[in-house]
Design a protein around this ligand. Structure first.
Ligand SMILES: [Zn+2]
Length: 223
């Protein structure tokens, strides 16, 4: 049996809890952009710039920037197959509370809403709290109706293998606005992301360019 004083203390705690909760929530937006740098165009010279992609990259979990830059360079090379040119990529180092460093729909919505970064946005996270847990997730138009802040975003968990391929694969999901996979050997959009799977077919490229342009993610650029 709890003692009277224990019950009194419990009542006092319950009485205080809503105040603690609401002051904390209302206090501030606890996200701050510490640093910005631009990763300049690393596209091969063969890409003509008619389909230009500008990326925003949010490092929200203290990733090594060089690891991120390397992955973007690899992804840029893969997208060049479709004559899609990553023109600029802006890399932001953002301090967020530990609670928001993971992909977790309600928290990630808060973060994306507060930051309001240009799309498509790649978030490099500490991990995922989603079930099932994927190394990376892409959110297009079709799977964002109940979470509009996350439209055209990619969430990459620390520890994802073959990072450049993962970035390219997830970006293609966003550009195609499709979660479809193609398990033809060698295809980038196979369910398994491995270095052996890096090719895109001309048909996939056509969908990437048409859908990306329609959704305002690809623009004609300056050659
Ligand atoms: Zn996929």
């Amino acid at each position: 049996m709890p003692t009277f004083s224990a019950i009194t203390a419990l009542r006092a705690l319950i009485a205080v809890l809503p105040v603690i909760c609401c002051v904390a929530v209302a206090a501030t937006t606890p996200f701050s952009i510490e640093n910005r740098r631009t990763i300049n165009n690393t596209a091969p010279a063969t890409v003509d710039g008619r389909h230009t992609l500008n990326l925003t990259i949010a490092n929200i979990a203290g990733w090594n920037d060089d690891e991120i830059v390397d992955s973007i360079t690899i992804a840029t090379g893969i997208l060049a197959q479709c004559n899609v040119k990553v023109d600029t990529a802006e890399l932001l180092r953002i301090t967020v509370p530990e609670s928001h460093q993971y992909f977790d729909t309600p928290r990630s919505r808060e973060l994306a809403r507060a930051l309001a970064l240009p799309k498509p946005t790649l978030y490099f996270t500490a991990g995922t709290r989603q079930v099932p847990a994927f190394d990376a997730e892409a959110i297009g138009r079709g799977n964002s109706r109940s979470r509009p802040e996350l439209t055209d975003t990619v969430w990459i968990a620390r520890g994802a293998r073959d990072l450049g391929l993962v970035v390219a694969h997830e970006l293609v999901h966003v550009l195609m606005n499709s979660g479809d996979h193609d398990n033809t050997p060698g295809n980038l959009m196979a369910e398994d992301t491995t270095p052996a799977n890096s090719q895109l077919t001309e048909k996939q490229c056509a969908v990437i360019r048409a859908s990306g342009a329609r959704n305002g993610l690809l623009r004609p650029g300056v050659n």
